[in-house]
Design a protein around this ligand. Structure first.
Ligand code: CAA
Length: 379
């Protein structure tokens, strides 16, 4: 058993850490205030290879393992969880499934620009009445000759108005339940396809979350991925990996909040000494560091299992369930250690506390993770 990072992993960590400090940190507060998407920053992340890390180089990806990906996600999320969710969706929910299940022609057309970061992807499964209950899709795609005609609405879509290429899940046969759901590539700008209202969110405010509307959108038959009816399994398999990315994001939020609090505790003095010298603060720091380390082990283990080709579905759910709780607990404590300063934007921890909450909601709520875990245990 090896707990050490390889040289390649350390290089990824350093590159991500530098990028977070030099490129993300300077504007992160203002982007949060203005709910402004990090357009330039995401472009640079593409140039540095962060947008298709696990994809083979022949499709313009980085050819790296999942452990490298979670290391990068952790470092970037310490500073900017809005930028890191854009990266996570593009890597895990968009590129990974395309490489695994799409045809060569589809990979040539769609994966190459997505993995290089020239284009941005979105994954549209959720609907107004189909979030956790993902089988209850109402969006439908009706085959008419060489085209499907797509009608419906998607909700809570990350990169909703910013993406170029969308993976859309839709019913192709209502009578078959989840076996009647299919998945399609849809491009921005197609007639009848619009993105709607941008959500005004508690956290990850600089990321873009919108609804999507489809009115008689013509989708060529060759834009379906796999067979008709394969969409639900495609979504479930993709979300298993996506949850590792969000677990790494949660880990990063916790680790970032902890690092800010640790540094502050050494500078801030009360009763004649740095607050880090008070046992009440030391106990907090000890609990925070311990839970972060435990979360990191779960996240890295899930990534490692995926890299070994082992079943990682319930390991990824465990990692997300635990790391997202740690993100909440640690970020709240980080605000507490900062006292009044923790309650203002300048000190970063209030933002991380707001960002933490979504990790318990998206890509499956904590309750969904418990369903996945218990099914894995009882199987
Ligand atoms: N991995 C692989 N396959 C799975 C699976 C998993 N984790 N969970 C279910 N399946 C398969 C089952 O084996 C079954 O396959 P067969 O038809 O071959 O037997 C099929 O899926 C249907 O399974 P169930 O009958 O168990 O389905 P269910 O209706 O009970 O739902 C669920 C299972 C786990 C609750 C699932 O609906 C689920 O994961 N819901 C949450 C959806 C979700 O995470 N949405 C997030 C949206 S994406 C997002 O947030 C992205 C973003 O923008 C950040």
């Amino acid at each position: 058993m090896h707990f050490e990072l390889t040289e390649e992993h350390r290089a990824v960590q350093e590159a991500a850490r530098d990028f977070a400090k030099n490129e993300l940190l300077p504007g992160v507060i203002q982007r949060d205030i203005e709910s402004r998407f990090p357009v330039e920053e995401i472009k640079k992340m593409g140039e540095l290879g962060f947008m298709g890390m696990m994809i083979e180089p022949k499709y313009n990806g980085g050819g790296m393992d999942t452990v490298s990906y979670v290391i990068a996600m952790e470092e970037l999320s310490k500073i900017d969880a809005s930028a890191s969710v854009v990266m996570s969706v593009n890597n895990s929910l968009v590129c990974w499934g395309i490489e695994r299940y799409a045809s060569e022609a589809q990979k040539e057309k769609y994966l190459k620009p997505l993995a290089s970061g020239q284009k941005l992807g979105a994954f549209a499964l959720s609907e107004p009445e189909a979030g956790s209950d993902a089988t209850s899709q109402k969006t439908e795609a009706k085959l008419e000759g060489d085209y499907y005609v797509l009608n419906g609405t998607k909700n809570w879509i990350t990169n909703g108005s910013q993406a170029d290429i969308y993976l859309i899940f839709a019913q192709t046969d209502h009578s078959k339940g989840h076996k009647g759901i299919s998945v399609f590539f849809v491009e921005k700008g197609w007639e009848g396809f619009t993105s709607g209202h941008k959500e005004d969110k508690l956290g990850i405010r600089a990321s873009d979350t919108t609804s999507l509307m489809f009115t008689d959108v013509k989708v060529p038959i060759e834009n379906r991925i796999g067979e008709e009816g394969f969409g639900f399994i495609y979504a479930m398999e993709t979300l298993n990996g996506g949850r590792i990315g969000i677990a790494a994001q949660a880990l990063g939020i916790a680790a970032g909040a902890y690092e800010f609090a640790l540094a502050y505790s050494k500078e801030r003095k009360t009763f004649g000494k740095p607050i880090s010298q008070h046992q009440s603060i030391q106990f907090k720091l000890a609990d925070m560091a311990t839970s972060i380390e435990a979360a990191r082990l779960l996240v890295y283990k899930a990534a490692w299992l995926k890299d070994q080709g082992e079943d990682y579905s319930h390991a990824s759910a465990m990692a997300k369930l635990y790391a997202s709780q740690v993100a909440m607990d640690v970020s709240i404590e980080a605000v507490q250690i900062h006292g009044g300063y923790g309650y203002v934007r300048e000190y970063h921890v209030e933002r991380l506390m707001r960002d933490a909450k979504i990790t318990q909601i998206y890509e499956g709520t904590s309750e969904i993770q418990k369903i996945v875990i218990s099914r894995g245990i009882l199987r």
